[in-house]
Design a binder for this molecule. Structure first.
Ligand SMILES: [Zn+2]
Length: 113
């Protein structure tokens, strides 16, 4: 499972960040995820509940923000952010789009004690 490895990464990043801040406990982990990164926040939460047992992140909540999709239009050359439900260039309506982002995910911030 893809999410298991991702969750391990997230946990590692978060624990390190919490340690650097001198935090004893992580209450929430805020993630930004691209619409095509294939990550389901609910799955991350399930894995985190297991993986974080006995660490400072035990019981931490995953709060995910979905990022817009950045594309470049192959017809008019404009770069824009579009939603997943309306995949067309906002400037000229072309469907010939090049995807610039969408697969990334980052740990945006932590809520700690
Ligand atoms: Zn266009």
């Amino acid at each position: 499972m893809h999410e298991l490895a991702v969750t391990q990464d997230i946990l590692e990043i978060s624990l390190k960040a919490a340690q650097e801040q001198g935090a004893s406990r992580i209450r929430a982990i805020r993630l930004s995820i691209g619409p095509f990164c294939g990550i389901v926040p609910e799955c991350i939460q399930i894995y985190l509940d297991v993986l974080a047992k006995g660490t400072a992140a035990e019981g931490a909540k995953i709060e995910a923000t979905l990022l817009p999709l950045r594309v470049r239009c192959r017809d008019c050359g404009r770069e824009s952010e579009i939603s997943r439900t309306h995949i067309a260039c906002p400037s000229c309506g072309s469907l010939r789009l090049e995807r610039l982002s969408g697969r990334e995910f980052t740990v945006e911030s932590l809520e700690v004690d």
